[in-house]
Design a protein around this ligand. Structure first.
Ligand code: MN
Length: 149
């Protein structure tokens, strides 16, 4: 049996045979985000490749975890908070989210932000900021204006 994974690209950041899923189960820690799993992992390549799309004005969960993300921007533009730094994002940009580093992506109000994200198939669950973490994270005016939880 062949182990080839082939998902033909369709229009509008969709792939043949790939379902558009909710970003996470439920919750108020994110807004307007979808997830597509393009590669589930293989014993000889223990990574997963996902595509996320953040709708206009939406944001991903503010979180941190041991595992590292490798992200490349595939659609639109946006902004990301990574461990106290902000980066303006545009299609083609590549960035990593280091281990145990708080991060949150946001799309502009009028357009979506799409990105591919590579992760280890075996990875820890994200943790969310405690009240104390939140106070520390939002000390700067820029972070307080940007971050959501
Ligand atoms: Mn994450």
């Amino acid at each position: 049996m062949s182990n080839v994974v082939f998902h033909r690209a369709l229009t509008g950041q969709r792939w043949d045979g790939v379902e558009v899923l909710a970003y996470k189960e439920a919750g108020t820690t994110f807004q307007s985000v979808t997830r597509q799993v393009l590669f589930e992992g293989d014993p000889a390549l223990c990574v997963q490749l996902r595509y996320f799309e953040v709708g206009p004005g939406g944001h991903t969960t503010l979180e941190r975890h041991q595992h590292v993300h490798l992200v490349w921007i595939s659609r639109g533009r946006g902004r990301v908070y990574v461990g106290g730094e902000f980066f303006e994002l545009a299609k083609g940009d590549v960035l990593s989210i280091p281990t145990l580093t708080w991060h949150q992506f946001r799309a502009p109000l009028n357009s979506p932000l799409g990105f591919h994200c590579l992760v280890a198939a075996d990875r820890d669950k994200p943790s969310l900021p405690s009240d104390q973490d939140w106070r520390e994270l939002t000390q700067s005016r820029e972070a307080a204006a940007f971050l959501r939880r």
